[in-house]
Write a protein that binds this ligand. Structure first.
Ligand code: FES
Ligand SMILES: [Fe+2]
Length: 435
């Protein structure tokens, strides 16, 4: 990222060496989203995921805590958990030579008597490798491979103020419903991450026809632009939002959901204050650095898992308020499938753009031309009492510039004190109760 010229070097989207450095500098250090607590409610419940390209299994323990381990047998490395999710497992048995592990990751047994008679074999020293740290924020479980990483709340910083729009707008918290949707897109992982961190600009063009199909022929998304809209960014996490309350929710196609958000309003104002209550279903999108994104109001949560410089595996879920009525939850599930699933009207629009952006950036001459990220230079708004770097309007590249600034901080700095005190840190501590 060239901050002065607001340019991004295209090689970050295609270069193999850059990608390998990202796995080390970003994915092996950052806190990464691994599960929603609701996915593993009981001891022995588990899901399989990845952190970067590392296969991981997340398991609810007997003492109700959640732990996560590399999903790789310490014998020859085979995957020990083959399925995507399951419940009430007592352990995992490796297919290759039959070593078995408890849900605490410890080696419990080996096939036959071979190891038992091997005096040098010390069973208690062998097990699945746990992640270095694991922690939850309001139902979202994150983990990091870096024992020196700061606490999760410090990593998220003031961005929790904005996460709460989605996670804490009603009592009872949230849950994921209906399983995970997996798909592959031939694009670099940063393109969707930067799209969700602050690219509402594309929606008015890319998604115009899809929105018209759902909302009716006369709709003009551009006209929904809101003068109070803003972008907020902390440590490269970012949200861009209008304050129209239901703009995103409307595009799910069910008027009952719009009514639900309006019914929620009074309670949401009590919990979040007037401003954030106007964002719970508004035209908005967000990314938690590096690769975890969501859409308030459209209720899709998703991770862009890197699979090489030119490929991602997209895993997405539907999130709902736990105490929403069952028929409302079902409408959210249907609405998300209709819009943000591999067959959904909006997701299909996006995938093609990201694939061509990745493929074309690879050209030898093309990749030497920098990309333009200069929309909204000089729009920082220091007057609003909101946490983070605030920029006026949501049609702005500000959050994307801060996303790539954070990316550079991770790639360049080896210690966390430099990482946490850089340019992307929140510029001020705000009295959030005032909002
Ligand atoms: S690789 Fe797992 S038991 Fe041999
Ligand atoms: Fe989009």
């Amino acid at each position: 990222m060239n901050r002065e010229k607001a340019q991004v070097d295209r090689r970050v989207f295609t270069d193999e060496a850059v990608y390998r450095a990202e796995l080390q500098q970003i994915f092996a250090r950052a806190w990464l989203f691994i599960a929603h607590e609701s996915q593993v409610p009981n001891p022995g419940d588990f899901i399989r995921t990845t952190m970067g390209e590392d296969d991981v299994v997340v398991v609810r323990q007997r003492d109700k805590t959640i732990n996560a381990f590399l999903n790789s047998c310490p014998h020859r490395g085979n995957r020990v958990c083959m399925v995507d999710a399951g419940s009430k497992a007592r352990g995992f048995i490796c297919n290759y030579h039959g070593w078995s592990f408890g849900i605490d990751g410890k080696l419990r047994g080996t096939d036959g008597k071979v190891y038992e008679t091997d005096e040098a074999f010390e069973k208690s020293e062998i097990g699945l490798t746990p992640v270095a740290r694991i922690a939850s924020y309001k139902g979202l479980v994150f983990a990091t491979f870096d024992p020196n990483a700061p606490d999760l709340t410090d990593y998220l910083g003031d961005f929790t103020f904005y996460l709460d729009i989605m996670l804490d707008n009603d009592e009872g918290g949230t849950e994921f419903i209906g399983g995970a949707i997996r798909s592959e897109i031939d694009c670099n992982w940063k393109l969707p991450a930067e799209n969700f961190v602050g690219d509402i600009l594309h929606a008015f063009w890319t998604h115009q026809s899809g929105a018209q199909a759902i909302l009716g022929g006369g709709v003009d998304l551009g006209k929904r632009y809101d003068e109070l809209a803003f972008q907020a960014s902390v440590y490269g996490h970012g949200i861009e939002t209008n304050l129209d309350k239901v703009g995103n929710t409307r595009t799910l196609g069910y008027p009952e959901l719009v009514d639900y958000v309006f019914d929620l309003s009074e309670r949401a104002v009590e919990r979040l204050g007037e401003l954030r209550a106007r964002a719970i279903g508004a035209i908005s999108s967000a990314t938690v650095f590096p690769n975890f994104s969501f859409l308030p109001g459209q209720n899709t949560f998703r991770v862009w898992h890197p699979r090489g410089p030119n490929k991602i595996e997209l895993v997405s879920w539907t999130i709902v308020n736990k105490n929403a009525p069952d028929h409302i939850k079902e409408l959210y599930r249907k609405g998300v499938m209709m819009t943000f699933s591999p067959g959904g009207v909006f997701e299909m629009d996006d995938g093609e753009n990201w694939e061509y952006s990745t493929r074309v950036n690879h050209g030898f001459v093309t990749r030497q031309q920098p990309l333009h990220y200069a929309l909204g230079l000089g729009t920082e708004d220091k007057s609003r009492e909101l946490p983070g770097h605030i920029h006026k309007g949501s049609l702005n590249d500000a959050n994307q510039r801060l996303f790539y600034t954070r990316w550079s901080e991770f790639m360049e700095h080896d210690n966390w004190s430099d990482l946490q005190n850089g340019e992307t840190a929140s510029p001020k501590k705000t009295n959030i109760a005032a909002e």
